[in-house]
Structure formats: structure tokens, C-alpha cells
Design a protein around this ligand. Sequence first.
Ligand code: SF4
Ligand code: SF4
Length: 660
Amino acid sequence: MRKIGVFVCWCGSNIAATVDVKQVVEEAKKMPGVAYAADYQYMCSEIGQNMMKEVIDKHNLDRVVVAACSPRMHENTFRRAAEEAGINPYLVEIANIREQCSWVHKDKEAGTEKAIALTRAAVAKVTLNSELVPGEIDVVKKALIIGGGIAGIQSALDIADAGYKVDIVEKTPSIGGKMAQLDKTFPTLDCSACILTPKMVDAAKHPNITLHTYSEVEKISGYVGNFNVQIKKKARYVDMDKCTGCRICTEKCPSKKAKSEFEEGLKNRGAVYIPFAQAVPNVPVIDTDECIKLKTGKCGLCEKLCPSNAIKFDDKDEIITEEYGAIVVASGYDIIDLNKFGEYQYDHPDVITSLEFERITNAAGPTNGKFLRPSDGEKPKKVVFIQCVGSRDKTERGKSYCSKICCMYTAKHSMLIKEKYPDIEAYVFYIDVRTPGKNFDEFQRRAVEKYGVQYIKGMVGKIFPEGKKLMVHGVDTMSGETLVIDADMVVLAAATKAKSDAIDLKRKLNISTDINNFFTEAHPKLRPVETASAGIYLAGACQGPKDIPETVAQSSAAAAKVIGLLNKSKLVNNPCVSAVDESLCSGCLACTEMCPYDAISYKNIEIDDHGKKIKKVVADVNEALCHGCGGCTVTCRPGAIDLKGFTNKQILAEVDAICH
Ligand code: SF4
Ligand code: SF4
């Protein structure tokens, strides 16, 4: 016979106000196997825990039920206390009589009745509980960062500074991401490159960091502490060890038709190119779609001129395999496609995106920082900025969320123009101005009060090109007036969106995305940088729109989580994982299809069938990968797979007890 102790908590008046705890205790005493029952005001307090330990010892209890708050809150507290008293922690059950009972019932009689039923269910379950012992897994002391923008760089530097090896895998030929394209950053207006490029160099030089640029994550398997990752290093056609970055090849390359990605298509680049002057690594890459030699077999000028013999046309993509203990996803964001917004005439050369604006005002950009309109190189006199282009747009062409950064960078852009050219008129069309960050509101007000930027609350209906002008038709919703502004240039604050390859990456990582394809955190408030998959963390705008300070803070937070994980010599496994009864398993492997964590594979075994040895295929659970979701248990028709700690028998006993 079991000797179960039941401890009913008041939770101050949280439970006691709507549950008659004394009555719950009296009823618990009558339940089968219960040897002791008592109530206490705060079971989670030190006094409450000590009381539990003393009672376990005095009455020689072998199982415990605590009727209290949600197990999310204090299950570990009570398990630890029971363990200290000599009971296996998995012989403790929690009856949630707070969140699921006292908080949702006003009627004390009904609340008490439900609390008794929940306690009875916990007693029925704990009667069938068996001792569980967590397994241990080794931790590979190395982290992978996917994405080499400011988020990835910050996480990598923090982890590397803590003494752990880090690999950054970046798709493009250089690290730096979108921040490298920016001119100034808000709200301090410091030069983006000046604060970013030293970090890029630090990352490249750090003895604990390895950069895999022009590379992609191909395949990921394994589990927390032991991820196995295949990385595709795309053929660069330039030997990184031999190249001195002299740029003879990039200057002499006769193919100059490609649009520079870094310059947002406002400038051409060669087939062999370095994305931007401060690129890290500062080594060119050959674009196979543009290279005459690779397309026709002719040319090869770069190969002939390279003083270091670094061009290698026989280069091939290479797959390398690495092991990691933790992964940080820092894959960044994209800008929406503006082709669906015909009313804004984005196909007109003088209608540009904010990112294009950043390049035009950048001293290292295509106009050397002179604010000139792309169509004819003339200095504009009137510039109209349109905010929320595609943001907060519930139609299918836009995004329903706020892109968060546009109000601030539009204020920055208008201010930069007025600072350099006070004679230019700047207008901003907006729905709302949202400036909740530190010193953000002051910054935006400066655009209005100091620089005289004219903010108009209202949206633009349509833009009509007329000669050299762009006639911007909008409404001032404050005055109700219809406005027409004859602008020379229009700047669209286009919505940010999740990376186009986010879904592909989500599948490789086995993590989830929200309805907008941004990666989902495990809990929006309490676990904002973790994913639901252990050992995989999120940093930056791949999780949702973010500005640079927020991105850096989240990246350091993700790094802190990784450091905490890599710091452990062993990881403890959750023992509540599924297990296969091989004698019942039919080998249909339906469970392998259902498992969202790829935790089930199969194995061949030999069984004794009435004295005859027969071979059989059975499901095989990798306990390190199993998250204990229980999906497989309901898929298994012969009932061969069960979840330790939540077996079918235990669940049915609970249900029976509730229906009692
Ligand atoms: S010419 Fe050779 S050494 Fe110079 S940048 Fe090109 S590949 Fe590098
Ligand atoms: S319990 Fe969930 S995670 Fe574990 S093997 Fe079954 S389906 Fe996979």
C-alpha cells in the first residue's frame, strides 16, 4: 500500500478565499493510499517546505501530492523539497487548485468540489508514478551563429569573449548585414559604419570566432548540446588565403553590368567584386551569372592580372560538417516587395526606398553622399517621405504589424536632408508617430521643431509623375484638406518582413514561426530569446521588427543563454520521454511521422516467438531528442509507445478519479 502525503496550500487568500481548504484536507484523508493530509498558508515558503520534509520523514511517506498553484510555478520547488526528504522527485504530483480552480470559480462550494476532484486525480496518478532518473548528455563547447549582421556579430563576440568557440555562417560574401548599409543611426546620429566596422574586424580577428561567409546552413540534426550541422561553403572562385585584397581584379573586370546588392541597385559592380570597401573578409567573390569566363570560357582577365595567383576558376562548393552545443538564429529581415503598391510609382527612378536613401546620403555611397535624385543627378527641392508603406496594412498586399523602425529613420532622414541642405522642403506623411525608445520622442520632435520638417497626418492616395515632378496627392486628416505636393523625390518607408528563406530555415532547425513568418520565442515575456527547441536561441529582427539597440540587447541576452549552456559539463535530460514496448510495437512507424522533433527512428531486433527466432522492425526513441510532447503515444495503434511520467494508465486513472 502506498503512503501518500497530501499538502493543501491556501496561497494566502488566493486559494482559501474560494476553496474550503480544511474540507479538501478532510476529503483527501479518505482517498485510497493517503496516509497524511494537512493544509498550510504558504506551502512554497521555507516553513511550508520544511513542514513537508518533516512529515515525509515522520510518517515514512513514499509519495506526495501538493494541491497548490500551477506546476509551472512551483513544481520544481516541491520536487526538490521531496528529494531532500529522500523521495524521488517524480513521485510528487501537483493538483492545480489555484489557476484552474480558485481563480476561475466565485462559488466556494463549487470551487471546493473541484479542488477535491483535482486532488483526487493527483492522488490517483501519483499512486501509479514510478521513480524516474534523468539521463546526462555531454555538451559540445562551441556555438553556431546563423547570420552575420549586427545581431550575429554581437552574439558571437559575447560568446567568444566568454571563452567559447563560435562559428558565424553568413550567406553573403561579407558580414555586416543591413547595418553596414546605413548612413547614420538614430537617435544619436553616429556613423553606422564607424560603430559597426570595428566590431566586424573584432569578430574576424577574434581567436575564438571562425567566419564562414558566402556559406549556408544545409542540414541540422542532433539536439541541445550536440547539434550536427552541414554547412555549404559556396565556391568563391578566389583563394581567400592567397588574396591580398589589392582589387586589381575588381577594377579590371570588363563585366560591369550587375547591380550592386550593397548599393541597393543604385550602382553597378563587376562580375568579380568586393561588396563594399570595409567588407569582412576583404576578399572578392566571382558572380557566376555575370562572369564571362564562367559563362563562355573567354576573358579570364582577373586570373591573368592577379599578382597573387588567387583566382581559381575550378573552385567548387564544399560541404563541411561541424558539431555545436548551441545555435543562435540571427538571420535578419527583408523589405517588402513594393511592386504591389502601384499608387506610389516605385518603378519611377525618383521614388526610392529608405534603404536606397541611406546609400544616397552615405559618403561612401553611389553619389559620394551628395543628395541627388537618381533620374538626372539634380539636387531636389522638395522631398516627400511616406511612412507605413505596407506596415499596419491589413490588406493581403501589406503587413498588419508596425515595422517599428520607420518613424524614427524617417525623422532621421528628413533631419539629415535639412542639416545638409536647409533650403530643401521636407514633408512626412504619417498615420501615427510611434517613438517609444529612449530619447526617441525628443529626436522626432527635433526634426519638427529645429529643422522645420512638415509632418502631415494622413496617407498618400496616389503619385502622378508630371514632367520632372512627382505630384503627390494626399489628405491632411487633421484639417480635412486634400493636398497636392509637387515633389522632386519621394522616399517610401517600406514595411520590414521576415526573410524569404525563414520557412526553409525553420524546417531545418525544427523551430516555429508566427503568422508573419518571424521566428517564435518560447514565451513572449519570460523566455524571449529562447525557442521551443532546447539549445536554439533567437537574436535580432528574425524574431520581429527591431531597432539596433534592441537587437544588440537581445543578441547579448541570447549569448548569455548560450554561455550558461556551454558552461555546463553535462546536461540533464528530461526523464519524461516516450518509451517503446518492443513486444507490442508492430513496426508500422506511424509514430516517426508524427514526432515533430524527429526523435523516433527504427531498429531491427530479434525476438523469440514460441521458441523461434524472428527478426522484427521496431520504433526507437532518441531520449535526448524527445521533448515529451506525447504526440506519438496517441498515434500508436497497438499502444506500444508510452510517455514516462504520463503513461496511459496514469492519465486514465486521473480521468477515472475526476469522474468518480
Ligand atoms: S587581384 Fe587577386 S589578390 Fe588582388 S583582390 Fe583580386 S583576387 Fe585578390
Ligand atoms: S513524445 Fe513527442 S517528442 Fe517525444 S518521441 Fe513522441 S512525438 Fe516525439
